[in-house]
Ligand binder design. Structure first.
Ligand code: FES
Length: 130
């Protein structure tokens, strides 16, 4: 299989397993800048940096720290353990870190915030049976 076809197949499979979820309204009124949330079994960090919302992985790619205990600095999420910095918009780590966090898409619909999260193949199969 050619590399281009493999890449397209990979993106198709990823797209097939993504699902939009409504974020609980209580999370949107919280004064916390970073909240560790779990929806449909998937944990993520919901970040409010000066009124802008972001969603990232819950664990740091360096050594697995809980990023929900981190903080924001100049548009970056800072890990509480060894202070790696991650760009909140794209997830990329600061130069020299050679790592990144995953950033999940967020979308406003009728004053409700939605997040697109990966769905396990098992969950996808169950939803097809309903
Ligand atoms: S665990 Fe996050 S920087 Fe080390």
């Amino acid at each position: 299989m050619q590399k281009k076809t493999q890449t397209r197949l990979f993106h198709f499979l990823i797209f097939m397993h993504m699902k939009w979820h409504k974020i609980p309204s209580a999370a949107l009124t919280s004064s916390a800048a970073i909240q560790l949330l779990r929806i449909d079994g998937k944990a993520f960090c919901l970040v409010n940096d000066h009124g802008e919302w972001y969603a990232t992985s819950a664990k740091c790619p360096h050594a697995g720290a809980n990023l929900g205990e981190g903080w924001c600095e100049q548009g970056q999420l800072v890990c509480p353990y060894h202070r790696h910095h991650f760009d909140l918009s794209i997830g990329k780590g600061a130069p020299g870190q050679y790592n990144a966090v995953r950033v999940y898409p967020l979308e406003w619909r009728d004053n409700e915030l939605y997040i697109q999260l990966p769905q396990s193949l098992w969950q996808k199969c169950l939803s097809l049976l309903k």
